[in-house]
Design a binder for this molecule. Structure first.
Ligand code: DGY
Length: 318
């Protein structure tokens, strides 16, 4: 029997590739480089199934060339890179990879929060210069985390996982979200209007999907509501923050600092942002553990097998 055709836009971890070989006919050898527009168009035009990544723009014009495509498995939980109505209109099923990256992303959120407040990146760089003069009482003072208030915007799976990790730090958790979410037993998470969460948090962490409604959700006005001692962490999507307004707030020190894993125009990071000492900047590492990236790939394959086998896709988003 002829194997179905699969187009994979980017090199995936080896265990995922091992699962592909034998089951599918790969249309192109995936590499770590983003595909050119031409390559993308050819892949989409010929494949029955596609695995694409969050940096591939899957728009209506690209989809207008497909003839055999049944399913797009997005190798990410967020799917703002795909024109969902255009896919739906063509009868193409779109799936994502929820759950399997929740812990990795929540862990990275805490990595940013702690690295930022305890000045880990600056400290490491200093020791490596060979010029650290030894301990002094006033050296590289950061900010306490334990006992403070963590504000979460978007209390979905990842927001809740971030909030759960705050228990060990005896933090109060307040959040803004579409629905009320009960905390773990004996712990209360308080749902509040967005402006109150902004004004009262010592650490503000963003966990909303990127949609028209959340584009620049954190703008100049919202940043101005934050305490001058507060830190902003973003592991969701860059355009949720007005980056220009954030840089101005950081330069003017109207907030204490920011830990960012995502940017408005990835991979471009504004020079003004890179020149600031009160930021920690990561290259979109939210789900970047080997175990997680393998699980994400296997979920993509489960969804593809379901659709091509005539069964419901477990993680359909349209
Ligand atoms: C996602 O899955 O949306 C993440 O940003 C990938 O790291």
């Amino acid at each position: 029997m002829e194997r179905p055709t699969l187009y994979v836009t980017r090199l995936l971890p080896q265990p995922v590739l091992d699962s592909i070989f034998g089951q599918y006919r790969m249309l192109a050898e995936p590499t770590d480089q983003p595909p050119t527009e031409d390559e993308l168009r050819r892949g989409f035009a010929e494949a029955q199934a596609v695995i694409c990544t969050l940096t591939d723009r899957i728009n209506a014009s690209l989809l207008s060339h497909v003839t055999k495509l049944k399913v797009i498995a997005n190798y990410a939980v967020g799917y703002n890179n795909i024109d969902l109505p255009a896919a739906t209109q063509r009868g193409i099923i779109v799936t994502n990879t929820p759950d399997v990256l929740t812990d990795a992303t929540a862990d990275l959120t805490w990595t940013l929060l702690l690295a930022l407040t305890r000045r880990v990146v600056e400290g490491d760089a200093w020791v490596r210069t060979g010029h650290w003069p030894g301990w002094t009482p006033t050296q590289m003072l950061g900010a306490d985390v334990s006992g403070k208030t963590l504000g979460i915007i978007g209390m979905g799976r990842i927001g809740q996982a971030v909030a759960q990790r705050a228990t060990g730090f005896r933090m109060s958790v307040i959040y803004a979200g579409r629905q009320s979410v009960a905390g773990p037993s004996g712990i209360s998470w308080n749902r509040r209007p967005l402006d109150e969460v902004l004004a009262e948090s010592d650490f503000l962490s963003l966990h909303v999907p990127l949609t028209e409604a959340t584009h620049h959700l954190i703008d100049r006005r919202k940043l101005a509501l934050m305490k001058p001692t507060a830190y902003l962490i973003n592991t969701s999507r860059g355009p949720v923050i007005d980056e220009d307004a954030l840089v101005s707030a950081l330069e003017a020190k109207t907030i204490a600092g920011a830990g960012l894993d995502v940017y408005e125009q990835e991979p471009v990071v504004p020079a003004r942002l890179m020149s600031l000492p009160n930021v920690v900047l990561l290259p979109h590492l939210g789900s970047a553990t080997l175990e997680t990236r393998v699980r994400m790939g296997l979920i993509c394959l489960d969804n593809i097998a379901a659709v091509l086998g005539g069964r419901p896709a477990p993680n359909r988003v349209n």
